[in-house]
Ligand binder design. Structure first.
Ligand SMILES: *Cc1c(COP(=O)(O)O)cnc(C)c1O
Length: 363
């Protein structure tokens, strides 16, 4: 379905040697592929999309997004497959969440078929930018901003959709490294009726000062509590969070339920499915800081980890708050987190069967 998209690739392609040089030191989100897709919404309709060389955008300085924050984004990955082809992981889930985020911020929704076809076209064009090693991927970053050039506070009537791609290295090149986290009492990420379930730029802007406070306390990441009771654990930085509870040798996987203030992660959803398949009890429910503190003190909680597209699974090695400090699982990645991560990566890299139809073959 490329009939809405015009291909205008670069007339001066990057040489193989130059591409290899740029891809020799991949971190996360530092290197960009050669092209991007742009598409405008005007007069109540989406216009034709264009695949063009990656480069600066031209924006009116009065654009809505720059003043009032009508800006949302997504993130998903394309993985190289054993036969040399490329497949994306659950892109339709991201397309639907992008629409849900747009609705929350009163923005125009990008049709799912255009979202998917834009990604496929960009990946096919830039397939040389999909790294091939295990754990590496091409990270796709769709973005939608309001671009009406006036300062009235109301939903923009024109929008710009941009899709970029960034080759990414394995997040933990030398194996998973557990992070330390700070439970924030001073700041909240999301409140009932707010934008916590939307992937909007403003949520991230509002989180940075809490992240800075966590760093000041010597921690890598911040843990968010609910805004009303300041008791229930919601997320970890820009990731969802899981706890592993052991009960007479049987492991239970617990993650905070989707109350409307959490971001419904695709990785979270996938791990709930894989956890059940691996024979774990799985619970989505409220999880308080008291339960966390007691469970860590008496050893009932054996693992804590975060999950999201970028890092897949990030084990937590220590937790600090005003109420106390705890080590988790001896500071080492736990077996449940390791097994889930291996199972997910095997599906993504096409080395394990895909019974749920999560992989979308691009080329
Ligand atoms: C994107 C995001 C996640 C993770 O979602 P995935 O679909 O798994 O990548 C979790 N929490 C927040 C706040 C996010 O923005």
């Amino acid at each position: 379905m490329d009939d809405f998209l015009d291909l205008r690739p670069s007339a001066t392609p990057v040489s193989d040697a130059e591409r290899a040089r740029r891809m020799s030191d991949l971190g996360f989100g530092k290197v960009f592929s050669e092209h991007m897709v742009t598409m405008r919404y005007e007069g109540g309709a989406w216009r034709r999309a264009e695949l063009v060389p990656y480069g600066p955008l031209s924006l009116d300085p009065a654009s809505t997004a720059l003043h009032y924050g009508q800006a949302i984004f997504e993130g998903f990955k394309a993985y190289s497959q054993p036969d040399g082809g490329i497949a994306t992981f659950r892109p339709e889930a991201n397309a639907r969440r992008f629409q849900a985020s747009a609705r929350r911020l009163a923005m125009a929704e990008v049709p799912v078929d255009r979202f998917l076809a834009s990604a496929d076209a960009l990946i096919r064009q830039d397939r040389g930018w999909v790294p091939r090693e295990h754990g590496q991927s091409l990270y796709l970053r769709p973005l939608l901003i309001g671009v009406d050039p006036w300062l009235g506070v109301k939903p923009s009537s024109s929008y710009l959709f941009v899709l970029l791609a960034s080759p990414s290295g394995a997040y933990f090149a030398k194996g998973m490294r557990p992070v330390s986290v700070w439970i924030s009492d001073d700041y909240v990420r999301a409140s009932p009726g707010g934008t916590g379930a939307a992937k909007c730029a403003g949520n991230y802007a509002a989180s940075l000062v809490a992240q800075a406070q966590a760093a000041q306390k010597g921690c890598d990441q911040v843990v968010w509590l609910d805004a009303v009771h300041r008791r229930f654990v919601e997320e970890l930085g820009g990731m969802n969070i899981f706890f592993v509870l052991s009960n007479a040798g049987r492991a239970t996987l617990v993650t905070p339920e989707l109350t409307g203030t959490l971001l419904p992660g695709v990785t979270r959803d996938s791990l709930l499915v894989l956890g059940r398949e691996q024979g774990l009890e799985v619970e989505e429910r409220l999880f308080s800081v008291e339960e966390l503190g007691e469970g860590l003190a008496n050893g009932r909680i054996t693992e804590v980890f975060a999950c999201g597209t970028a890092a897949v699974i990030t084990p937590v090695g220590s937790i600090q708050s005003r109420r106390g400090a705890w080590a988790v699982g001896g500071g080492e990645p736990g077996p449940v987190a390791s097994r889930l991560r291996d199972a997910l990566l095997a599906i993504q890299h096409g080395t394990a069967p895909d019974p749920h139809g999560w992989m979308h073959r691009v080329c």
